[in-house]
Design a protein around this ligand. Structure first.
Ligand code: TYD
Ligand code: MG
Length: 453
């Protein structure tokens, strides 16, 4: 008689293993995520052909292969990857359904194929003809771009060996399933098994592999957080279905900077790079309206000018609302409290809405002055000059603090034709003479309110 396979309960979010069902995951704190799955015994973990036969060796005997970075030829993508695709790396591309992950990777593969590489695009979601239609639409048909419609992990691995491509896309990792496991496709066990074996294959052969991952509604890559630990690079493809711009953001990168972004526009013939994002994000800016201000932010290594908009309206009933999109809500409440108490703006019975135009997310404190200026401008109904840009951090006593990379921000503002820059009082090195822009230094909230209008 066949021995019954041992099972355990696994958190479908973080992969936590428990012998019995639990409501709240002790690992990640999520509720109702446990599902029963077979346990893999230790000896079945990796088939022999995937084992590394590593031996310890001195680090200077290991060759560092910097030339192994392959440029995709799509500038914004290379930037996020830290200069190109590293051989043997596993890159997870996450994003909401319909955002353009398949389109982006098809275009990346096409570029590689046109550069003489053989690439394999594995899809478990679409038929070959659907992929062909999309390829025609974005102009990505090429002799050395191979398409495989398959969901079985074992078959995919066999085909990879046969084709011996220079790069692989798995679209998506949630559709791949191994016949060695009995659990359903998309479950933690399956996703982990498939990624593990694809990653090992990629490390052993040096073939870079892109894994497309679906994102759950709470914003994490569906099922396994574990996946994020296993891969070398995690990219999120974001955007708003109502707009055509798309931002690809590096969340984790073992071979380059994180928090770097690449900006694209979705057109009817695929994704097009936006190489001057400041200009792009400012195109629809209403000039001379109260509540709008431009801040100079840094995304990754690059300065980007974005517009912050605020609307302050008297509260119609009960508690005043504070709503922030693109800026942390707690940060907004804090800054509003400082404006109220120290700046003397009585915002207590006003609703405050704040939005960063273009769907950009500002996580750095440098945006503080922008938030304060936008709220004050809307509350006082006084427009800020459209040729003014602001940045700086504000403390709880209303003091304005210096931030990093101020010179780069000022230069970007000058390049984009801004005439006036309101910034912290901290020293700038060698900029005053160079930049054709008036620098207004402020040390306190009161100075700021006196200077921006
Ligand atoms: P897709 O790459 O299928 O998204 P994902 O793989 O992330 O689910 O993109 C689908 C969307 O992109 C769809 O709404 C149509 C749009 N699109 C364009 O606007 N132009 C194009 O050239 C292509 C190929 C798609
Ligand atoms: Mg897709």
């Amino acid at each position: 008689m066949k021995r019954q396979q041992k099972t355990a309960f696994f958190c479908q979010n973080c992969g936590y293993e428990s012998p019995k069902w639990v409501g709240k995951c002790p690992g990640c704190g999520e509720w109702n995520r446990f599902a029963e799955e077979p346990v893999k015994s230790a000896d079945s973990r990796l088939p022999p052909e995937f084992r590394f036969d590593g031996k310890p060796r001195p680090i200077d005997a290991v060759e560092a292969d910097e030339k192994a970075r392959v440029k995709t030829g799509i500038g914004e993508m290379d930037r996020v990857l830290g200069g190109g695709i590293v051989a043997g790396s596993a890159i997870l591309v996450g994003g909401d359904p319909g955002i353009g992950k398949s389109t982006l990777l098809l275009q990346v593969m096409h570029r590689l194929a046109s550069a003489g590489k053989k690439v394999l695009y594995v899809s478990g979601e679409e038929s070959a003809s659907q992929i062909r239609l999309r390829a025609d639409r974005v102009g990505a048909s090429s002799k050395s771009l191979y398409v495989l419609v398959e969901v079985s992990l074992e078959n995919i691995l066999t085909h990879i060996k046969e084709v011996a491509p220079d790069a692989i896309v798995i679209d998506s990792i949630q559709t791949v399933c191994s016949s060695m496991l009995t659990s359903a496709p998309g479950s933690v066990g399956q996703v982990r098994e498939a990624s593990e074996r694809l990653i090992v294959l990629s490390k052993k052969t040096g073939i870079p592999v892109f894994l497309v991952g679906h994102v759950t509604k709470d914003g994490s890559i569906a099922g396994p957080k574990v996946l994020e630990h296993m891969v070398d690079t995690v990219l999120y493809f974001e955007g708003d279905s109502g707009h055509s711009y798309r931002i690809i953001r590096g969340i984790k990168n073992r071979f380059g900077p994180t928090n770097e972004i690449g900006v694209f526009e979705m057109r009817d013939r695929g994704l097009v790079e936006v190489s001057n994002p400041s200009e792009y994000f400012l195109t629809e800016r209403p000039e001379g309206m109260a509540g709008s201000v431009v801040v100079a932010a840094i995304e990754g290594t690059r300065p980007i000018l974005v517009e912050i908009q605020s609307l302050v309206a008297s509260t119609s009933f009960g508690m005043p609302r504070r709503t922030a999109i693109g800026v942390d809500g707690n940060r907004l409440s804090l800054l509003v409290a400082v404006l109220d108490k120290i700046g003397g703006l009585h915002l207590g019975n006003h609703d405050i809405f704040l939005n960063v135009a273009g769907g950009v997310k500002l996580a750095e404190p440098a945006a503080d002055l922008g938030v304060v200026a936008a709220v004050a401008s809307s509350f006082l109904d006084r427009p800020i000059s459209p040729k003014t840009v602001v940045f700086g951090e504000m403390g709880l006593t209303g003091e304005i603090r210096g931030i990093n990379q101020m010179e780069i921000r000022v230069r970007e503002a000058a390049r984009m034709g801004f005439k006036r820059c309101v910034l912290p009082r901290t020293q700038l090195r060698g900029l005053d003479r160079a930049a054709p822009i008036e620098l207004v230094r402020v040390g306190h909230l009161k100075d700021l309110l006196g200077e921006i209008f």
